[in-house]
Design a protein around this ligand. Structure first.
Ligand SMILES: NC(=O)c1ccc[n+]([C@@H]2O[C@H](COP(=O)([O-])OP(=O)(O)OC[C@H]3O[C@@H](n4cnc5c(N)ncnc54)[C@H](OP(=O)(O)O)[C@@H]3O)[C@@H](O)[C@H]2O)c1
Length: 311
């Protein structure tokens, strides 16, 4: 099968590999589309080095095939698989999804609703599950500011938050975030974060000082940190760690979320896709041979929704 592999950190190249074998609790998927997000870049680059100690491989990547989100057709099932069958159309988390075939744990897949395209389904797993986890942590009825609203996670947050949303993005994307449900838009190129106060600030972009974000909170508001702009090669999440240490000493509640999605989250997202309350915003699609370009496009930081690799 054709695959995009990184046998050492920092090098991504096309390769011809055998189709992977299926363990008892796994299914083999014929990949139709695979999502691209900053995580794919960090796992490929192995920088910041902290990534390597999070189970991805200290000296070289444990999983040589890149990619982590998938949509495709079940081709084969393991002996203990009970929920899925050959021919099912699924989406979810599958390490090594930038390939013609990938294996995935049955528990990390949900059925793709018929009204959703392969590209839309592949856009969902990491980004939408992260947004869903964040809005569940906050609950309904809160006035929210979403910083980085037009990107992969942000376009899902704007749709999933159950309360009034003000979206922060560059001006050219105001139409997109309004269409997704934002009541107000702040163009950060003209007015940074604006002047309003919010019950919750979701920081997806990750490039501002914590105190700049806290100034937009009501006295007992909550700051949810989802993204970060890694500084330095070692740990890269210094801002987030400092914020968590600050938490006990300030009235605002500061929460850092690092999401490994669950079956229940994928099932809920599938339901929302099926009933039309969640519609992935697609940016660009790339063929497998242009995976490097797809990752570079996302890492340029100007995303308008999600980019996806199609096979
Ligand atoms: N916590 C977790 O488990 C988790 C899961 C997934 C992703 N993440 C992290 O979340 C972050 C965002 O991921 P993503 O997939 O949403 O990235 P993305 O698709 O690249 O989106 C980033 C967005 O930020 C906007 N932006 C750029 N400069 C900005 C600024 N100064 N102020 C406000 N917005 C700005 C960009 O568009 P415009 O500038 O044109 O508005 C873009 O839409 C990354 O750091 C990623 O690693 C964390």
């Amino acid at each position: 099968m054709k695959a995009m592999v990184h046998r050492s950190y920092g090098h991504l190249e096309p390769a011809e590999l055998p189709v992977p074998a299926v363990k008892d609790d796994e299914v083999l998927i014929r990949v139709k589309a695979a999502g691209v997000d900053p995580g794919a870049h960090y796992r490929m680059a192995g920088v910041p080095y902290l990534v390597r100690f999070m189970g991805f491989g200290v000296l070289r990547p444990n999983q040589p095939v890149a990619g982590g989100d998938v949509a495709g057709i079940v081709e084969k099932i393991g002996a203990k698989v009970t929920r899925l069958k050959v021919g099912d159309e699924v989406f979810g988390a599958a390490e090594g999804s930038y390939a013609e075939f990938v294996v995935a744990k049955e528990g990390l897949l949900a059925r793709k609703p018929a009204n959703v395209s392969w590209e839309q389904a592949a856009a969902v797993p990491t980004s939408a599950a992260t947004a869903l986890r964040a809005v569940k942590a906050v609950g309904p009825g809160k006035k929210a500011l979403v910083v980085g609203a037009a990107g992969g996670v942000g376009t899902f947050l704007v749709q999933l938050h159950e309360g009034e949303v003000t979206a922060v993005c560059s001006g050219g994307k105001a139409d997109l975030v309004r269409r997704l449900g934002a009541a107000h838009v702040v163009d950060y190129t003209e007015d940074d974060l604006g002047t309003g106060l919010y019950d919750v600030v979701y920081d997806v972009y990750g490039g501002r000082d914590i105190n700049v974000l806290r100034r937009r909170l009501t006295p007992d508001g909550r700051l949810i940190l989802l993204g970060g702009k890694p500084k330095g090669k070692l740990i890269g999440i210094g801002r987030t760690l400092r914020a968590v240490l600050l938490n006990p000493f300030v009235r605002h509640e500061i929460t850092m979320l690092f999401v490994f999605p669950t079956t229940a989250e994928f099932e809920e997202l599938a339901e929302r896709l099926a009933n039309g309350t969640l519609v992935p915003a697609l940016d660009r699609t790339f063929p497998l041979s242009e995976t490097k370009e797809a990752i570079a496009h996302v890492m340029a930081g100007r995303a308008r929704g999600k980019s996806v690799i199609t096979l």
